[in-house]
Design a protein around this ligand. Structure first.
Ligand code: 5GP
Length: 116
């Protein structure tokens, strides 16, 4: 079940500040507090969803499309298209997810190492 008190829910309610990169009616993008690359941005939809599969299951296709179009827009805004980037979305225990609100990590600005 979705936990309304997770950190990203608090960020969406503006109870906790964030360093915003982009926001529209469906999503918010902000810098990760503990960056794992020169550029490390998190993107979250404004839907109470735990992970990617929960987001896809419970959201209108227009909201899903809007979120991923915003991911594209942020990649452009960060000027990562030419140099490249990595997108990660962790889910659950085995995926190493810490914050139980669906988010994508956008990593770039330098060569990102292999995961294994
Ligand atoms: P996960 O492990 O759930 O995929 O990633 C959670 C991410 O959220 C981590 O990279 C962590 O650094 C980031 N994070 C945790 N708390 C905060 C916070 O209060 N503000 C911001 N901007 N990032 C956070």
């Amino acid at each position: 079940m979705y936990d309304n008190n997770n950190i990203f829910a608090k960020i969406l309610r503006k109870e906790i500040p964030c360093k915003k990169v982009y926001e529209n009616e469906h999503s918010l993008f902000f810098y990760d507090i503990n960056p794992q690359a020169k550029i490390h941005v998190l993107g979250i939809p404004k839907v109470s969803c735990i992970d990617l599969t929960d987001f896809i299951k419970k959201s209108d296709p227009k909201i899903i499309s809007s979120f991923f179009k915003s991911v594209n827009l942020v990649i452009d805004k960060l000027d990562l298209n030419e140099s490249g980037f990595r997108i990660i979305s962790n889910s659950g225990k085995d995926g190493g997810q810490e914050v139980p609100h669906f988010h994508v990590h956008i990593l770039g600005g330098e060569k990102i190492g292999r995961l294994n």
